[in-house]
Structure formats: C-alpha cells, structure tokens
Design a protein. Structure first.
Length: 303
C-alpha cells in the first residue's frame, strides 16, 4: 500500500444542518472528514481523529473505499462529536445551534507510527493545545504544516491559537476569524500580523468571495467561483484546506507561483463542496469536472 503523504488531524462528527435549501440530520461531517476527502484527490491521505460508539460503520467504509487511511481514527466509548448549524441567505455566516463535543473532548491525537515521517501535516479544527502536541510526535519537521482554527477556539484560548499560528507554516483563517484574533477590522493589517509571526505566506479566506494570499513582497486575490447552485456551505473551509495541502504534496513545490495554483485548485474543490450536503458532492466529483472548472477560473480572472 502507498505510504501516507498527507496527515490530516481534526474532528470527525455527525452534523445536523439547516440551510434555506433543505435540512440534513446526523450526516458525516467534521474538519478531518472534509479535509481528508479533498486532499485525497491529489495525494495519499490518512486521518487522525476520534469517533464515538454511535458512529455508523458505513462512514468508515466510505473513507476506506476512497483510499483514505483510517488507522489513526480512535474509537471512544462515548458518543460522536455532534455539531448543529444553520445558514440564512448569507452563506458566509454559520450560526451554531449546538456543539456537543462528546468524544472530541477526550481527543488526544496519537499518530500511527507510519504517519510520523509524513512531509505534509494539516492540523484541522480541534483544541489548539492539542494541535501543538501533534507536532511533537513527528519524527522530523514536516516540509509543510498547515493549521486551521475557528471562533470557538479563538474565544476560549486566543493565546494558544496564536502559538499555533507561530508554529505552523500556513495558518488558515477566514476574514471574521482574522479580525477576531488580531483585533482589527482591516484584513491587510491582520495578514501583516500573521507574517510577523514567522509565516512566509498568510492566507485569509473570504467564504464565497474567494481568498487572499499575502507574502512580505506581494499579494494575490483569488475570486470565489460564481456558484449558481449553493445547497450547503458546511465544510468549504476544510475542503479548501485539504485540497490546498493535497495539491502542494502532489506538486512538491512551495514557491509563491505554485501557492497561487494551489489556491485556485482549492477554491475549485470548495465550490463543488457547496453544491450538496455533507460529502455528497465531493464523493461523486470527477477529475474532468475539476479540470473544467479550473479552466473557467482562469478565464474569469484574466484581463
Ligand atoms: P467549515 O469548513 O468551517 O464549514 O467547518 C465545518 C465543520 O466543522 C463541520 O462539519 C463541523 O462538524 C465542524 N465543527 C464545528 N464546530 C467544531 C468544533 N468546535 N471543533 C471541531 N470541529 C467543529
């Protein structure tokens, strides 16, 4: 079996989601679920996460059928992490109705031996103190460590989140999270603060409006794909993150030009994810569809 190139650590959960276009109950979700699936389009990917005794076997089979490593998924005697959220017509704003951490509260990530040499590591959404512990389990510093965070952790542990930003090579956040963490309304200033924390690049996601890439010398703005058919934006941030790291692992080039390509590829995968609930759209996504949408992206950004 092929060696795992990208290790994705984060939550796996059962989500209940309501959008203006429908409702889905107890469907497969969580940061690691979306990120690993997105990464697996490009590179051999393994998940490190925790599930509860009520987690349906069919969801584990689903990962395996798509070639995603599940040996790092721990089974707890407690219930599975459950998130309930709602969106209005502004799909950039997720309203959390309920967060039941359940087994995720006890998550102490243990990387399988064979994952500890991986070159690409994604620290998805979970406790920032534990995100930091994961790095100490790696046998060598990975070539690229990408981290993510969210308001839940910025509110409760801002100092630890800042430590994660300093430790990771790329700390992903969306516009609202960047404003909250750096206490500024201005995204350029927030990006500068990320760069001051030893990052070569700062990436700030702007939901359906695209994303910004900053380095000390330049910046790049990727538009959002103008989607006509949005059903559920849950997991778009994680799909973006997973495809970004997966693409970089596949192409093995960390210069700015390739980061720009990675960002457009990641925006493409994230846009597909919004076309259905849970991982439904990504699981039927064809390589040709990805290629065609990237070509369209090129067209809409050329002038
Ligand atoms: P996003 O990509 O930001 O839309 O992330 C959506 C996913 O985050 C959902 O599938 C949730 O299960 C997961 N999630 C929500 N709250 C938390 C939390 N506090 N910790 C970890 N994961 C979470």
């Amino acid at each position: 079996m092929k060696k795992v190139e990208v290790v994705i650590v984060g939550s796996i959960g059962l989500d209940t989601i309501e959008t203006p276009f429908g409702k889905a109950e107890n469907v497969l979700g969580g940061s690691a679920a979306y990120a690993s699936f997105a990464s697996s389009f490009f590179a051999k990917t393994g998940i490190v996460s925790i599930i509860g005794k009520d987690f349906p076997q069919k969801n584990l089979d689903f990962f395996e059928e798509h070639g995603i490593g599940i040996e790092g998924i721990e089974k707890s005697a407690k219930g599975t992490f459950h998130w309930e959220g709602k969106y209005g017509f502004d799909v950039n704003i997720a309203q959390t109705i309920k967060t039941e951490l359940n087994s995720l509260a006890d998550f102490n990530p243990q990387l399988p031996e064979s994952y500890r040499n991986a070159d690409f590591l994604f620290l998805g959404n979970f406790d920032p103190e534990k995100q930091l512990q994961v790095l100490s389990q790696m046998k060598k510093r990975p070539k690229l460590v990408v981290s993510d965070t969210m308001n839940f952790y910025i509110s409760s542990k801002p100092e630890k989140v800042l430590e994660v930003v300093k430790t990771a090579d790329i700390a992903l956040m969306n516009d609202a999270e960047a404003r909250q963490l750096f206490k500024t309304p201005n995204l350029v200033k927030a990006a500068k603060k990320i760069l001051e924390l030893d990052s070569e690049f700062a990436i700030i996601k702007k939901g359906e409006h695209g994303c910004l890439l900053f380095s000390k010398k330049t910046h790049f703005a990727a538009p959002g794909y103008p989607l006509e058919n949005i059903i559920d934006p849950t997991g778009c941030g994680d799909s973006f993150a997973g495809s970004l790291i997966g693409y970089l692992a596949k192409t093995k080039n960390l210069n700015e030009k390739n980061f720009r390509k990675a960002i457009i590829t990641a925006s493409t995968i994230a846009s597909f994810n919004a076309e259905d609930f849970s991982l439904n759209r990504l699981s039927r996504l064809k390589k040709t569809e990805i290629k065609n949408r990237i070509t369209e992206f090129k067209k809409i950004t050329k002038f």
